[in-house]
Design a protein around this ligand. Sequence first.
Ligand code: COA
Ligand code: MG
Length: 295
Amino acid sequence: MSLYKPRRAVLYVPASHQKALAKSTTLHPDAIIYDLEDSVAPEIKQQARENLRRHFQEQGQVTITQAIRINSLSTEWGQDDLRLAARLRVQAVVLPKAETPQQIIDVARQLDHDDAPENLEIWAMIETPRGILNADEIARLAQKSAARLKCFIIGTNDIALSTGVKTTNQRSALLPWMMQVILAARAGGIDVLDGVYNNFQDQAGFAAECEQGAILGFDGKTLIHPSQIETALNSYSSTAEEAAWANQVIAAFNLPENAGKGAISLNGTMVEQLHIRQAERILKRIPKSVKRFSD
Ligand code: COA
Ligand code: MG
């Protein structure tokens, strides 16, 4: 079984926002994406890279996953961003506006060329009409380890912009596209993260969107503000009840009298062999009562 990497709460930190950069070392999401793309104005791209270089130099020991969102390789900044990510030895490069498998391959080749560590991952943002239509073809790349592809992130703000769809009414108009991207990720065997919730002062609305995302099957949510971390961690963790059920299922199938059985009765409900896999999945999601490994 591959190592479970929690990506329940994944916070963007603009590389141009000095106070946010400083604050990021005090926060405990599962992962941080240091952004060089859309939260950084064109005139200060170079300065933002410099900020990141200094930030990584000065930070102490880090226990959470760190990623850098680069500008697309088709922009004038993409190559420099990618070279910096390889040098800073982050765990992942986030590629915005991914639309074709070739774009992922190009990033992977450049990382190889820049001697990036073999386990440096690529997370691809699916956030354009073409990207959604090609999500299956892109996710198939994950079968080749050389492609480094481990995760999709849905970019709901960009999808709304490029399609004209409204994000109101519990994102009902976006649902078919979100499900299409989730399905493609699952068929390819990679993780998939929900988009951001812009109104960071609306805690109730944010919590509702986290619950919705968890029901849809996302692995976690991307965040824009520290105040969103705790809610996202909770929404994407197993509950104590789920963990108890999972332990019971595994214990029941381990009983000698159930050896070799495909379906058994547990507390008056049928459970099948497939529920063992579901139970294992639940147990891999750190329960709410347990704090992060590093705490
Ligand atoms: N990461 C780390 N720290 C952050 C942060 C973030 N994303 N957003 C805010 N903070 C910090 C602030 O620096 C401030 O720190 P302080 O306590 O040392 O003063 C504190 O959290 C409170 O912030 P607040 O005053 O409420 O917000 P702000 O006006 O500083 O920032 C935004 C608001 C929206 C500009 C900011 O949250 C942000 O830039 N978010 C990310 C945007 C982004 O990356 N977009 C691209 C992906 S969608
Ligand atoms: Mg975007």
